[in-house]
Design a binder for this molecule. Structure first.
Ligand code: NAP
Length: 310
């Protein structure tokens, strides 16, 4: 079994930032990166609101930011392992046991930054047509909908931002939202309203996704009138929020009723020596900037905790 000083579970902005800080503190951290380095920003098209990289000529993309963060972490000595954690045992205290698909580890301290995943609608046809018209990522799949008609489900920033991105490819993008006003910020609402390819279906929920090999239509019900209409579409992009990737931590760390890991202002979890940062513990802000800040705090606290013990 391999013994590490610090293991960071996850490689999104929180994890890579914690890696930079613990690497610069000479702790030689190991990042277990998961299936996709960068987490959700790896599949984000344009990042307009993370300070320091934007210019009027050019908005950075998510993958560009991930590449810089990864290089920075590796430059200072962090190591990345492309594997996924399947189980942990934190019950006996430090050193902590971590099992991935490929290996087993012990670590003196752990920083959990496993992030969050898109929520599913839970309607008939959704699972069946994933990858065949149903998608949770415009940036990843928009290209396949060139000249097609799609709907976006949701009314938050993600729905409008991804919907706007999809207008680069699709002929039409209808935003289906369950209420009559958006949760999204005013700037995105203004851009969406001004885009000729976008239209809005208010007070409406998708009840079923239909097709034959790939998506052909959705059944949508107006929640005010009860009327059900069939919308002929080639793609259904779902942006209705996220859930934390904390299943493997059940029974190990204190969580709230939605599965978010509970931390204090020092990013401490319920187990001394285990810290958490980013969207696995933050259901409120969920920004690159806040995840980076929490990663800084978790990295610094881990270093302090280890040096106080020694
Ligand atoms: P969100 O803000 O939680 O919005 C989710 C949307 O989905 C809401 O409009 C919600 O409707 C709707 N919804 C939830 N469950 C549903 C269901 N079962 N059926 C139909 N609709 C459902 O999630 P998000 O848009 O992913 O944004 C998450 C966070 O990331 C926010 O803090 C956001 O500001 C941030 N973000 C920021 C940017 C940016 O600044 N450029 C971009 C993306 C995300 P209701 O409105 O009725 O609740």
């Amino acid at each position: 079994m391999e013994k590490e000083r610090v293991i960071i579970i996850g490689s999104g902005p929180a994890g890579l930032t914690a890696a930079i800080y613990t690497a610069r503190a000479q702790l030689n951290p190991l990042v277990i990166a998961g299936t996709q380095i960068g987490g959700q920003i790896a599949i984000t098209s344009e990042v307009e609101n993370y300070p320091g990289f934007w210019s009027p000529e050019r908005t950075p993309t998510g993958p560009e930011l991930v590449e810089i963060m990864q290089k920075q972490a590796e430059h200072f000595g962090a190591r990345l392992e492309y594997d996924e954690v399947v189980a942990v045992d934190f019950t006996k205290g430090s050193p902590f046991y971590i099992k991935t698909y490929g290996k087993e580890y012990m670590a003196d301290a752990v920083i959990v930054t496993a992030g969050a995943s898109p929520r599913r609608l839970g309607v008939p046809g959704e699972e069946e047509f994933i990858g065949r018209g149903v998608s949770y990522c415009g940036t990843c799949d928009g290209f396949f909908f060139r000249g097609k008609d799609v709907i976006v489900v949701g009314g938050g920033d993600s729905a409008l931002e991804e919907g706007l991105f999809l207008t680069k490819f699709a002929d039409s993008v209808q935003v289906v939202h369950r209420r009559d006003e958006f949760r999204a910020g005013p700037a995105l609402q203004k851009r969406a309203a001004a885009n000729e390819k976008m239209s809005f279906v208010w007070n409406t929920v998708v009840e079923e996704i239909e097709g034959n090999g790939s998506v052909q239509a959705v059944k949508a019900r107006n929640v005010k009138t009860g009327d059900v209409q069939t919308l002929a579409v080639d793609g259904v992009f779902i942006f209705i929020g996220h859930y934390p990737n904390s299943k493997f931590l059940e029974g190990q760390l204190a969580m709230d009723e939605h599965g978010y890991v509970i931390t204090d202002e020092l990013m401490r979890t319920s187990v001394p020596g285990v810290y958490a940062a980013g969207e696995i513990q933050d259901a409120i802000y969920r920004q690159i900037g806040t995840s980076v800040g929490q990663g800084v705090a978790a990295g610094m606290q881990t270093e302090r905790w280890l040096s106080e013990r020694e």
